[in-house]
Design a binder for this molecule. Structure first.
Ligand SMILES: NC(=O)c1ccc[n+]([C@@H]2O[C@H](COP(=O)([O-])OP(=O)(O)OC[C@H]3O[C@@H](n4cnc5c(N)ncnc54)[C@H](OP(=O)(O)O)[C@@H]3O)[C@@H](O)[C@H]2O)c1
Length: 331
């Protein structure tokens, strides 16, 4: 199941390019300021997309935008002149979004609607956290479950009416760790047990399975959209493992372990964006609701994530829980 360095064979440069002055392709990505999301945005920008980066820190997102613009120009300086005639840079914008706060998620969608972009061509639900201790958000959900799934669900449901009805795509960045939900967990379980190093992964698995289930059901409810989920690869140099590497004294050992692990089984931050980019840009025909892994390879997701009854239960559970918090009309 693991993807080795040498088996990454997908090249984003082969994907279509757009001229934003002729074809305005609008992409909205959560968590595009660091790690895998940073390179996803870089490639979309290089392919002519107008990208809205939804993040909780304006300074971090704007800092990333500057770096992406600089890197894009550097890369373009290496492109031969003939190719440059068909390659155009897009636009990069900041949208405020804090997934830890449902009211803020709702507000973010209202702000986006007020921008008068007629359609969203591409939505990428990339933001996520993992492997952290148990905590509840102010909204009362387990912190990973809200960040990785519930808030992304609310964000997407609210913006669905804006999705391009003919070619719109939605991509959920899941994880190979979703396989750890080996049987159907109740969405009421919060796994608030010790040791954290084990139970944190069950909490993470549940959130990432829910995301895949969401994409599968969405692809059936809205066949006019293409909905996919991806495992980006084992990407050890993003901020994802920061909780462990920042632990005083022993953090260095975790860092060393992650580097070693990444060397054998992992891929770079940029390679981590390839699965998403293939789903986002490729003109190949994929079965709607499919799951892709590192390097953009088609794969099978877990039995639980493919079980439509379980997926429906997750959907109903989520809408009911959100309704209790005052977020109605989510169908
Ligand atoms: N790294 C891996 O090996 C791996 C493997 C499988 C799946 N994934 C998934 O890949 C995705 C990207 O992770 P990454 O490795 O690139 O990690 P990362 O560098 O930590 O990026 C995570 C992104 O999510 C954003 N985010 C986190 N909490 C947020 C919140 N409350 N509101 C808004 N944005 C928030 C972060 O913003 P801030 O900068 O503001 O925190 C950041 O932009 C995640 O969904 C992760 O679960 C990663």
């Amino acid at each position: 199941m693991l993807t080795s360095r040498s088996s990454l064979d997908f090249i984003p440069d082969e994907l279509p390019y757009y001229d934003p002055s002729m074809t305005r392709k609008v992409a909205l990505i959560t968590g595009g300021n660091s790690g895998i999301g940073f390179y996803t945005v870089l490639h979309l920008y290089l392919h002519g997309f107008v990208v809205y980066i939804a993040g909780r820190s304006k300074s971090k997102v704007c800092g990333a935008i500057e770096k992406i613009k600089t890197e894009a120009l550097r890369r373009r300086s290496n492109v031969i002149e003939g190719d440059l005639k068909t390659r155009f840079l897009g636009e990069l914008h900041f949208l405020e979004l804090d997934l830890l706060n449902l009211a803020n998620v709702e507000k973010s969608t209202v702000v986006f609607k007020s921008l008068n972009e007629p359609v969203i061509d591409l939505m990428i639900l990339n933001a996520g956290i993992g492997a952290i201790p148990y905590a509840l958000t102010n909204d009362g959900f387990e912190i990973q479950f809200q960040t990785n799934f519930i808030s992304n669900f609310l964000f997407t449901q609210r913006l669905l009416p804006l999705m391009n009805k003919e070619q719109g795509r939605i991509i959920y960045v899941s994880s190979i760790a979703h396989h750890l939900e080996i049987f159907k967990f109740s969405r009421d379980w919060t796994f608030n047990y010790k040791p954290n190093i084990i139970f944190t992964w069950l909490r993470y698995a549940m959130s990432k399975t829910s995301g895949i289930q969401y994409m599968k059901l969405l692809s059936m409810k809205h066949p006019e959209l293409q909905c996919y989920s991806v495992h980006p690869g084992l990407v050890m140099n993003t901020n994802f493992f920061g909780y462990w590497t920042r632990i005083p004294f022993i953090g260095i050992f975790f860092w060393f372990f992650f580097q070693l692990f990444g060397w054998f089984f992992g891929c770079s931050n940029e390679e981590g964006s390839y699965a998403t980019l293939r789903c986002a840009l490729s003109n190949e025909e994929f079965v709607n609701g499919s799951y892709f892994v590192s390097g953009g390879k088609l794969a099978s997701s877990s039995k639980v994530s493919s079980d439509l009854n379980a997926a429906t239960n997750t959907w109903i559970w989520t809408t009911k829980e959100l309704e209790k918090k005052g977020f109605t009309d989510l169908e």
